[in-house]
Write a protein that binds this ligand. Structure first.
Ligand SMILES: [Mn+2]
Length: 171
């Protein structure tokens, strides 16, 4: 079971499309908000279950502001994160997660890929697929894999450039 997690595309659905075609084999798509437009278009790009939540810049989209979903026995809390002041840290998210028996919190908003793990709780941000703010300025996404033993694994990826794509196809 593989989950592709993206966030903060801010209308750049071409980047969303690139991430989807680069990662290819995933079973669930998650967008953590600041979509701005084209949520229906994003859904049309995949045939798998898709979860999207509202960001602080999503005014006209008909989506939940946050959501708890269970995937393969793990309880995920999906939120953009601005209401939990994620730019100042994840303590409010941690508090929410402990109260609601969440295993994995996924949030956006910071535009910086981060992973925090403590006492069975994971709090992760995929970074921004379009407007990265971390020092290397790579457009990042998060890939989550739940293996046959039920173990969960987190790994970050970034959008490949055209040149990297040519190399990837060659070898
Ligand atoms: Mn935001």
């Amino acid at each position: 079971m593989k989950i592709l997690v993206i966030s903060d595309s801010h209308g750049r659905n071409d980047d969303v499309e690139r991430a989807i075609s680069q990662v290819k084999n995933f079973d669930v798509l998650i967008h953590l908000g600041d979509i701005e437009r084209g949520d229906d278009f994003i859904r049309s790009l995949v045939s798998c279950p898709t979860y999207m939540v509202l960001g602080n810049n999503d005014y006209r989209l008909d989506l939940p502001s946050e959501q708890i979903v269970e995937i393969e026995g793990y309880r995920f809390f999906l939120t953009h994160g601005h209401r939990y002041y994620v730019n100042r840290g994840t303590m409010y998210l941690e508090e929410y997660a402990r109260e609601h028996e969440i295993d994995v919190v996924l949030h956006g908003h910071t535009h910086v890929p981060t992973l925090f793990q403590e006492d069975g709780l994971t709090i992760a941000c995929p970074g921004s697929i379009s407007y990265p703010r971390q020092s290397d300025r790579k457009q990042t996404f998060l890939s989550i894999e739940i293996d046959r033993e039920g173990e969960i694994h987190f790994s970050f990826g970034y959008l490949e450039s055209e040149l990297e794509k040519i190399y990837a196809d060659l070898f």
